[in-house]
Design a protein around this ligand. Structure first.
Ligand SMILES: O=C(O)c1cc(=O)[nH]c(=O)n1[C@@H]1O[C@H](COP(=O)(O)O)[C@@H](O)[C@H]1O
Length: 232
């Protein structure tokens, strides 16, 4: 029985029934759950609270990115849903992240983890260059991770491809949460900076975010068990 499962399943479903069919098979000791923009927009805070009530660690992935006051209030509201983790975009800046952290500390759930997205795993070097010139994804991730640490957050969202580099600069307590996880032989889809679960864990990742490779598998539960076994 694992009290801190490493796999976070991204529940990107467009109906509650489809999500519940999967969730009913899952054990909070074997995975955490992520609710993102699609399901939160469709089903709102009640859906999140229902998952928390079932005993799951829930990562509310709304990637807040706005002025400091607005993000701080949104983070406080998210923490008060009882979720395990929430996130913001690191590119919102130091003050935005500091205010978000303070707001969570003053909420009824001050232990809620707060992490910041660095460079989306769906972006390659060419796409990043369309947004910011003269830096590689690894350099931009490192820069934003340093800003995130300075703001006192718990860690970052990055790709597992940057994990080894980040572990040279940041202690094991600084969380590296990595989407773009693809077991060998699975579809990459829109993800660009990908890695297998085994290699990601070897490189020092804290938690693996996995959506489609599990949710769209013929047997999602068997796939989850296989991933858990491969990283045990
Ligand atoms: O913050 C995230 O969770 C996130 C950040 C990022 O850089 N890339 C990324 O894919 N995600 C999320 O992680 C999940 C990945 O899902 P799959 O590509 O289906 O495994 C999706 O729910 C994305 O919204």
């Amino acid at each position: 029985m694992n009290q801190d499962p490493k796999v976070i399943i991204a529940l990107d479903f467009d109906t509650k029934d489809a999500a519940m069919r999967l969730i009913e098979q899952l054990d909070p000791a074997e995975c955490k759950l992520k609710v993102g923009k699609e399901m939160f927009t469709l089903f709102g805070p009640e859906f999140v609270k229902a998952l928390v009530a079932k005993g799951f660690d829930v990562f509310l992935d709304l990637k807040f990115h706005d002025i400091p006051n607005t993000v701080a209030k949104a983070c406080k509201a998210a923490a008060e849903l009882g979720v395990w983790m929430v996130n913001v975009h690191a590119s919102g800046g130091l003050e935005m992240m500091q205010k978000a952290k303070q707001a969570i500390a003053q909420s009824v759930n001050p232990g809620t983890k707060l992490i910041a997205v660095t460079v989306l795993t769906s972006m390659n070097a060419e796409q990043l260059a369309q947004v910011v010139t003269g830096v590689s994804p690894a350099e931009q991730v490192t820069k934003l991770a340093a800003l995130t640490q300075q703001a006192g957050l718990d860690g970052v969202v990055c790709s597992a491809q940057e994990a080894k580099l980040l572990r040279k600069h940041f202690s094991p307590e600084f969380l590296l949460v990595t989407p773009g996880i693809r077991p060998a032989g699975t579809e990459q889809g829109d993800q660009k900076r990908v890695m297998t679960p085994e290699m990601a864990m070897q490189d020092g990742v804290s938690y693996l975010v996995m959506g489609r490779p599990i949710t769209q598998a013929d047997d999602p539960l068997a796939t989850l068990k296989q991933v858990n076994k491969s990283i045990a």
